[in-house]
Design a protein around this ligand. Structure first.
Ligand code: SF4
Length: 116
């Protein structure tokens, strides 16, 4: 089976083709750097993503948050459910951790904007 994907590691957006036999990777083509090859391999074996969303602020409103590292793609919805329960203190500084080590992934959810 051939799988085709667009590398999202940098803005160049190389088209990468991966030849698979079951879960075995036979070949990877189209990447123009090592990071693209690593991305393609991970996408086939264990895709990872940065979570970007918003969290509710105590007293009303929302603040932009994101994971400070990638987490398994399959855990994104579960992580969103946890973030939906969070109430960020109104005086939280930019970069404050609002969920530590979410789902045991080692990634923290941090604020990416000032609360106004
Ligand atoms: S393969 Fe390398 S150059 Fe191409 S999009 Fe991915 S990171 Fe960028």
């Amino acid at each position: 089976m051939t799988r085709e994907m667009t590398c999202i590691v940098c803005p160049k957006g190389c088209t990468i083709k991966i030849e698979l036999e079951g879960k075995d990777i036979l070949s990877i083509e189209g990447h123009t750097c090592k990071r693209g090859e690593v991305y393609a391999r991970n996408e086939c074996v264990a895709p990872m993503r940065t979570l970007t969303t918003t969290a509710a602020v105590e007293g009303g409103g929302v603040v932009a948050v994101k994971s400070d590292n990638v987490i398994p793609k399959e855990l994104l919805f579960k992580a969103m459910e946890i973030v939906n329960e969070v109430r960020v203190p109104r005086d939280a500084a930019l970069g404050s951790i609002v969920v530590e080590n979410i789902l045991g992934t080692g990634a923290n959810i941090v604020t990416t904007a000032l609360i106004r």
